[in-house]
Write a protein that binds this ligand. Sequence first.
Ligand code: HSE
Length: 440
Amino acid sequence: MKSIKIGLLGLGNVGYGTFSVLKRNQEEIKRRAGRGIEVVAVAVRDMARAEALVAGGCKVVNDPYLIVNDPEIDIVVELIGGYDLSKTLVMQAIANGKHVVTANKALLAVHGNEIFAAAQDKGVMVAFEAAVAGGIPIIKALREGLTANRIEWIAGIINGTTNFILSEMRDKGLDFATVLKQAQELGYAEADPTFDIEGVDAAHKATIMSAIAFGIPVQFDKAYVEGISNLNAVDIRYAEQLGYRIKLLGITKRATVNGVEGIELRVHPTLIPAKRLIANVEGAMNAVLVHGDAVGASLYSGRGAGAEPTASSVIADLVDITRLATADPEHRVPHLAFQPNAMTDIAILPMSEITTSYYLRMHVADQPGVLADLTRILAERGISIDAMLQKEPAEGETHTDIIMLTHQTQEKNVTAAIEKMEALNSVVGTVTKIRLENLS
Ligand code: HSE
């Protein structure tokens, strides 16, 4: 059978990784896909660099429209990132009846509903395994492997840069700014690391998983996003003394508030028990923990970025499309796991309505009645304390840190309690709040 023809948009790390792995493993891949998968053209800005890399292995162009409009090309692989040009090119490829593979989480988290609807109308596939957690086949697991389950929750370390930074902060006792600088020097963090450190990249990925897990549209604008740039090294140490590690988690879960079903969708630094396997996923690695009603908890871990790990996912999508290209569109795996006419409109909950446990740190005067005031404020709002740590004041100091871990409560209760605590004369400055998940 004639090979399937691929056009690559972009030949950066992942593009070149895709080109090389397809070439290196072409026989194996052909035996799996049933036909050859051949890159026939790449569109790039730097033609000379690309020509040196592909060494005559395919055509090099610098106009991406020559790829999306090329009648010979069956699948367009979008690896240029961003929202604007990539969206125009993907929509044009779909309009031309081409299948699309993309690693662009930002594009799908923000414009996915429009893109999937266009693909559905045209009867083409848009595949995006590489968009979430790089080389880990988590989309495949959620959309197909766990299809029997009612998914209850997902919690993932889905950004390698921040996991590397948090691991180094804990391991070496360094502060955030120092480790970020090192991460940039080592090439782990981008020159502009905002999307990674402020949690945006993780929120894009959590948004996509949320849609697939619960059969809802992608709704990045409703995600709560908090990064790690304000995280204090002292909280990492206190958490450790209490048996926890702090990870940047992307969390999405079913919840019922006042009898109404909702979905939590949030990214923030989170204390998790150090004994959990996922707490021990360190450095730039990713891991996703999924809880389904039938399977229970299952953990997927591996490299969340990098040329060949991400290429591994891009090529898995190419093989899937190659196998399914001739299948009736109605009987393919739906883009967002659920049939397009079977999506639900369960709302994403506002942050005030989510339920979790909390780590609270306050700097207080070491005098009688302070602890009583603090615990009364919590008790009045129905917040129960799970554990507490009070440090002896340092030599000659009159103030000390108190750390409290709470049982589960709604965020609005904790917000109200913190406001009261900060108004006490005995509490200095602000109360640090970090959410805590037991993941049990
Ligand atoms: N920048 C991401 C990370 C990889 O650090 O994990 C691509 O999403």
